[in-house]
Design a protein. Structure first.
Lengths: 342, 163
C-alpha cells in the first residue's frame, strides 16, 4: 500500500518537476527562437547563450510589486490565475511519458511513467479538466473590471469552446480506432503504424485546434495587443501575470505530449524494438521527449511566422473548416474499421 | 477514507448549492454551481461511475456553465441590492418548502441508511454504458438525439435574422 503511494508520489514529483522546468526553458527557447527567426541575437547576456535569462526573469517577476487595482472584484481576481495554473498542472497525470516494462521500484511495478495508469477514463479526464481552463481566462477578464480585459476574456472563451469541439471530434477518431480511453493502450496500439498515417486529417485538425486551445499565435486574439492592450491579463501584475504565462507554457507542453501520444506513436519509432527494464524506460523517454520538443519548437516557429487571424476568420475556420474536417475524419475511421482496413 | 471524501464532497456540494441560490452576485452564483457539479462528479467517481464523473465535469461544468457565465457577463446582470428583498410571505413559504424537502430527503435517506456506501464493480463503465446505449436502449438514445436535433434547429430558426 505505502510503497504504491510512494511510487505514485515519486512519479508525480518527477513529472510535475519536468513540466515546471519546461516553462523557463521554453521562455528562453521562445525568445532566442524569435530572435533567430527575425535575424537578431535575442537575450544573450545572462549566462552562456543567455541560458540564465529565465532565472533573471523569474526573480524579476517575484520581486515586482503586486498591484491590485481598486476597482477589481478581489476574490475572483485572485482565483483566476490559480484556476489557470491548477488546470494546467492537473491535466498531465493521464499522459504516459515513457514505457516501463519490467521496471519495479521497491517491488512495485512502475506501469509506465504515468501518474495515474489505472484511471479508466484516461483522455476523458484530460478533456474534462482542460474544458475548465476557460474559467481562468473568463474570470480574469471579468474580475479585472476593465473593458479590454472583459473583451479579451469573452473572445477567448468563445474561441476555446469552439475549438474544443473540433479537438474532441479529432480525438474521438483515435479513440474509435483504439477502443479504449486509456492513453497507454493508445500508444501500444501504434506500435506498427502511427495514428498520423491513417488519420492525417484528424491530426491536422487536432494540431490547429491545439494552437487555438493554448491561445497561441495565430489564434491569440484574447491578447491582441493592438486592439485590447493585453487582453484578459491587462490588470494582472507580478506573479499573477506569471501564473498565466506559466499555465500557457505548461498547456503547450501537455498538448504537445498529447499529440505525440495520440498521433505520433508515443515512444514508438518505426522498425525499432525497445528493450525492457530501465534502459527501455530511458530510451522510450528520450524518444518521447524528442517528439514533444519538436512540437514545442513548432509552436514557437508558427508564432513568429504567421500573423494573427481576424476574429470572424477564426470563427469561420473553427466552425466551417475544422469541425466538418473532423467529422469527415470520424466517418473515414468508422468506414475503415467496419471494412477492416486499419 | 472513502467516507471522509464522501462527506467532504457532500458538505461542499450543499454549501456551494446554498451559495448558488443565496449570493447576491450572479457571477458568484454560477461559480458556486460549478463547484456543486464538481462535488457531484466526485460522488459519481466514489460510486465507481468514472465515465459519468468525467462527463459531468466535461459537459456541465466545462460547457453548459461556461454559456451561463457568458450570458451573465454579457447581459451584465445587476447585483441584487438590499431593497429587493423578497416579501415576508415569500420568505416564509421558501423556508417551509426547504424544510419540507429536507424532511423528505431525511426519511428517504433513512430508508437506505442500512446499506451504507456501495462498492459496485462495473469494471470498465465506459464500455458498459456504450453497450447499453447501442443495445437495449438504442431507441431511447436515438429519440433523445432527435429531440436535441429539433431543439438545435428550433434555436437556429428563432435566432435567424429576417432579411
Amino acid at each position: 500500500m505505502w510503497a504504491e503511494v510512494g511510487v505514485a508520489a515519486f512519479k508525480l514529483v518527477v513529472i510535475a518537476g519536468m513540466l515546471l522546468t519546461v516553462v523557463p526553458v521554453m521562455t528562453w527557447v521562445e525568445r532566442r527562437g524569435a530572435a533567430f527567426i527575425q535575424d537578431r541575437l535575442g537575450p544573450n547576456r545572462v549566462g552562456p547563450w543567455g541560458l540564465l535569462q529565465p532565472v533573471a526573469d523569474a526573480v524579476k517577476l517575484l520581486f515586482k510589486e503586486d498591484v491590485t487595482p481598486a476597482h477589481v472584484s478581489k476574490g475572483l481576481y485572485v482565483l483566476a490565475p490559480a484556476v489557470a495554473v491548477f488546470v494546467a498542472l492537473s491535466t498531465f497525470i493521464v499522459i504516459p511519458f515513457a514505457k516501463a516494462e519490467g521496471v519495479t521500484v521497491f517491488g512495485v511495478p512502475l506501469k509506465g511513467l504515468i501518474v495515474a495508469p489505472d484511471l479508466n477514463i484516461g483522455v476523458l479526464y484530460l478533456l474534462a479538466l482542460s474544458s475548465i481552463s476557460v474559467y481562468g481566462i473568463v474570470l480574469a477578464g471579468w474580475a479585472s473590471n476593465n473593458k479590454y480585459s472583459l473583451l479579451g476574456g469573452l473572445r477567448s472563451s468563445a474561441q476555446l469552446i469552439s475549438y474544443e469541439l473540433a479537438m474532441t471530434l479529432a480525438v474521438l477518431g483515435v479513440l474509435l480506432a483504439n477502443g479504449d480511453l486509456r492513453l497507454t493502450t493508445v500508444v501500444e496500439h501504434q506500435a506498427k503504424v502511427w495514428n498520423v498515417v491513417p488519420q492525417f486529417l484528424g491530426f491536422l485538425v487536432f494540431l490547429v485546434a491545439a494552437f487555438a486551445e493554448t491561445n497561441r499565435l495565430p489564434f491569440d486574439l484574447a491578447e491582441a495587443e493592438n486592439e485590447l492592450v493585453a487582453g484578459y491579463h491587462v490588470e494582472l501584475s507580478s506573479m499573477k501575470f506569471a501564473a498565466f504565462m506559466m499555465s500557457e507554457y505548461i498547456n503547450m507542453t501537455t498538448v504537445s505530449a498529447l499529440a505525440t501520444t495520440l498521433y505520433l506513436g508515443g515512444w514508438h519509432l518505426p522498425g525499432v524494438t525497445l528493450p525492457s527494464g530501465w534502459l527501455g524506460l530511458l530510451l522510450s523517454f528520450a524518444i518521447f521527449f524528442t517528439k514533444v520538443a519538436f512540437l514545442l519548437w513548432l509552436f514557437v516557429w508558427v508564432r513568429w511566422t504567421l500573423p494573427r487571424f481576424r476574429y470572424d476568420q477564426l470563427m469561420r475556420l473553427g466552425w466551417k473548416g475544422l469541425i466538418p474536417l473532423a467529422l469527415a475524419n470520424l466517418l473515414w475511421v468508422s468506414l475503415a474499421l467496419t471494412r477492416g482496413w486499419v | 477514507m472513502e467516507a471522509i471524501i464522501f462527506y467532504a464532497a457532500a458538505l461542499a456540494a450543499v454549501a456551494s448549492a446554498l451559495v448558488a441560490v443565496a449570493h447576491r452576485n450572479p457571477v458568484v452564483n454560477v461559480l458556486a454551481l460549478i463547484v456543486t457539479f464538481f462535488c457531484v462528479a466526485v460522488n459519481f467517481a466514489l460510486l465507481g461511475a468514472d465515465f459519468l464523473a468525467g462527463a459531468q465535469v466535461l459537459i456541465y461544468a466545462g460547457a453548459i456553465l461556461v454559456l451561463f457565465l457568458f450570458v451573465v457577463m454579457l447581459l451584465g446582470a445587476p447585483t441584487v441590492s438590499g431593497e429587493d428583498n423578497p416579501r415576508p410571505i415569500q420568505k416564509t413559504l421558501g423556508t417551509f418548502l426547504v424544510a419540507l424537502v429536507a424532511a423528505a430527503g431525511f426519511f428517504f435517506f433513512r430508508s437506505f441508511s442500512h446499506t451504507g456506501l456501495v462498492h459496485p464493480d462495473f469494471g470498465n463503465t465506459t464500455l458498459a454504458l456504450g453497450r447499453l446505449l447501442v443495445g437495449p436502449h438504442l431507441f431511447a438514445f436515438e429519440l433523445v438525439s432527435v429531440v436535441l436535433l429539433s431543439a438545435l434547429i428550433g434555436a437556429l430558426v428563432l435566432v435567424k435574422r429576417k432579411h
